[in-house]
Design a protein around this ligand. Structure first.
Ligand SMILES: *[C@@H]1O[C@H](CO)[C@@H](O)[C@H](O)[C@H]1NC(C)=O
Ligand SMILES: *[C@@H]1O[C@H](CO)[C@@H](O)[C@H](O)[C@H]1NC(C)=O
Ligand SMILES: *[C@@H]1O[C@H](CO)[C@@H](O)[C@H](O)[C@H]1NC(C)=O
Ligand SMILES: *[C@@H]1O[C@H](CO)[C@@H](O)[C@H](O)[C@H]1NC(C)=O
Length: 509
């Protein structure tokens, strides 16, 4: 008995000691994850009319990456890859995306950045678009994956009958051509606070203010407690339909997409301000990026791929290469631009090292990118595999980047990249197999305009890439598709479970 008491006291002492020790040495981590923001959308990436002063400032005072990739070209798979450091096909987050009525979701045995940091004594929270399933009894909810706190609409707001997107009473423009309300017959968008629905229908006019307040509260509470924290803030902006609060209505020269992007920028400013107010800016690693390239289907209501080819849901550069800014005063030298090759997969190993944890004992596709972030030196990465929005095991990767070269074994457009795109390669239903693969030098030709595969001096590069692909695919284990699991409409979040008539009765008022 006595022995146990001593042990208990020792345990408590160790716990307190670890927390104090943790707080004095472990940096906070904030990931800001935008939706469908393309390579050409931010002011600091050259857009002439976007209004992004806070992101531009982050880049001026930090590091702007010009060859940073999302591992996937769509919402759900890109989030799975970022949070697990593993290609989305390993966790089964394919084909396409999960929906509010999915029974599947991120498998519970996957380990996320949040779990790793929580085990290292971090307070953890997530805001916004989770998109990795909900499931029966919230089995796939973020709070089951290492996030102690959650706040937001856990999937795309376009999956709800969202009715009002701009002040004072402007309907939601689902697409340039497709009417003025969202397309689906689902329950109204819910706002969850932790595991409880606090608002349904969600008010999109005030969503960003509410997200920002939650972020500020979480940061200041953690700072007051002296605890290191991890905040994963996944914006619902700038996925279609575009929306923004009163302050940002008609705010930019760039139209409704610009207004929505300006609201993200404002919220990024809120987060940085709060870090500064709490005096913890110099102890916080902040990383901003996007889940995939621009949704070009929406033409002037959508994002921009800049100089890159096609966009969302394609394996061209416009689908995967995204803006990325790293910010940490004192640790990341200001005013840098780096063309080093890095990806969302690399955040898990990099952050695990910052937080002092060890990597999960599974295949991790990410690589520690600290050298690029903190030492202005080379990336350890030399390859990435691009998978179709509808990947199939018998086909494998559509494209491979190896060093500065990229080989396309298959190309395919997508409705997401534009039925009306002036570049016909981006159009849907044009899957083409290439043998030999198309080959581009991404340093000389980031726009993938000039195929080199018939030039004899590139034959050995093509062979190297072939070997790399065969080896990688032979070792790849595909997870069972979570998206293809049955759907159940009664799993759609509902403020009055079991009510009638479903789904319109699902309201909190
Ligand atoms: C999770 O469990 C499934 C089913 O047993 C298994 O196939 C998969 O490899 C596991 N994943 C991890 C990351 O352990
Ligand atoms: C915003 O601009 C649109 C289009 O020019 C105009 O119809 C609308 O009245 C403006 N709204 C506000 C709140 O100024
Ligand atoms: C944070 O770091 C920057 C750059 O090293 C330095 O100029 C500034 O004084 C530091 N701020 C605080 C509050 O320590
Ligand atoms: C593309 O193919 C799909 C599935 O076969 C079909 O439903 C769709 O209508 C086609 N789209 C076009 C633009 O032809």
């Amino acid at each position: 008995m006595k022995y146990e008491m001593v042990n208990y006291k020792l345990g408590m002492f160790l716990l307190i000691f670890l927390r104090i020790h943790a707080s004095s040495s472990k940096p906070n981590v904030v990931i800001l994850f935008a939706d469908d923001v393309g390579y050409g959308d931010l002011g600091c990436y050259g857009h002439p009319t976007s209004f992004t002063p806070n992101l531009n400032k982050m880049a001026e005072d930090g590091l702007l990456l010009t060859s940073f990739y999302s591992a996937a070209n769509l919402c759900s798979p890109s989030r799975a890859a970022l949070l697990t450091g593993r290609y989305q096909i390993r966790s089964g987050i394919y084909p396409f995306v999960l929906s509010p009525d999915s029974t599947g979701g991120l498998p519970r045995n996957e380990t996320t950045i949040a779990q790793i940091l929580k085990n290292q004594g971090y307070r953890t929270a997530m805001i916004g678009k989770w998109d990795l399933g909900i499931g029966k009894d919230l089995v796939h909810f973020p709070t089951n994956y290492g996030f102690e706190r959650y706040f937001g609409i856990p999937y795309v707001h376009g999956a709800c009958p969202c009715e009002k997107c701009f002040y004072p009473n402007v309907g939601c423009q689902w697409s340039v051509f497709g009417g003025d309300k969202c397309g689906f017959d689902n329950t109204y968008c819910p706002i969850f606070q932790d595991t409880k629905i606090t608002q349904q229908p969600a008010d999109l006019m005030t969503l960003m203010e509410d997200y920002s307040s939650f972020a500020r509260d979480f940061i200041s509470q953690s700072a007051r407690e002296g605890s290191p924290f991890f905040l994963y803030y996944a914006f619902n902006h700038c996925h279609f339909p575009q929306f923004a609060g009163k302050r940002f209505r008609n705010f930019t020269e760039r139209g409704i997409y610009g207004d929505s992007l300006a609201e993200i920028d404002w919220s990024v400013g809120q987060v940085i301000d709060q870090l500064r107010e709490n005096g913890i800016e110099n102890n916080t690693f902040v990383f901003f990026t996007s889940d995939n390239g621009a949704a070009l289907r929406d033409m002037y209501y959508g994002g921009s791929s800049g100089m890159l080819k096609c966009g969302k849901a394609t394996t061209y550069e416009g689908g995967h290469r995204v803006p990325a800014i790293a910010y940490w005063p004192g640790q990341i030298s200001p005013g840098q631009r780096s063309p080093e090759f890095t990806t969302t997969l690399d955040l898990l190993p990099t952050i695990t090292k910052l937080g002092g944890g060890s990597l999960p004992k599974v295949t991790i596709d990410g690589m520690d990118m600290s050298s690029v972030l903190f030492q202005q030196s080379k990336s350890p990465r030399d390859s990435m595999f691009y998978y179709s929005a509808f990947p199939e095991q018998k086909i494998g990767a559509y494209a491979v980047r190896y060093k500065n070269f990229k080989a396309h074994y298959y190309t395919e457009g997508s409705p997401q990249s534009g039925m009306y795109n002036p570049d016909a390669d981006c159009h849907p239903n044009n899957t083409v197999k290439h043998n030999p693969p198309l080959l581009f030098d991404l340093n000389e030709d980031p726009g993938e305009l000039y195929n080199l595969n018939m030039k004899s001096q590139y034959a050995s590069i093509l062979l190297d890439i072939d070997k790399l692909k065969i080896k990688f695919e032979a070792a790849m284990t595909w997870g069972t598709s979570q998206v293809n699991k049955p759907k159940d409409r009664r799993l759609e979040p509902c403020c009055k479970p079991g009510c009638d008539p479903f789904p319109s009765c699902c309201r909190c008022d």
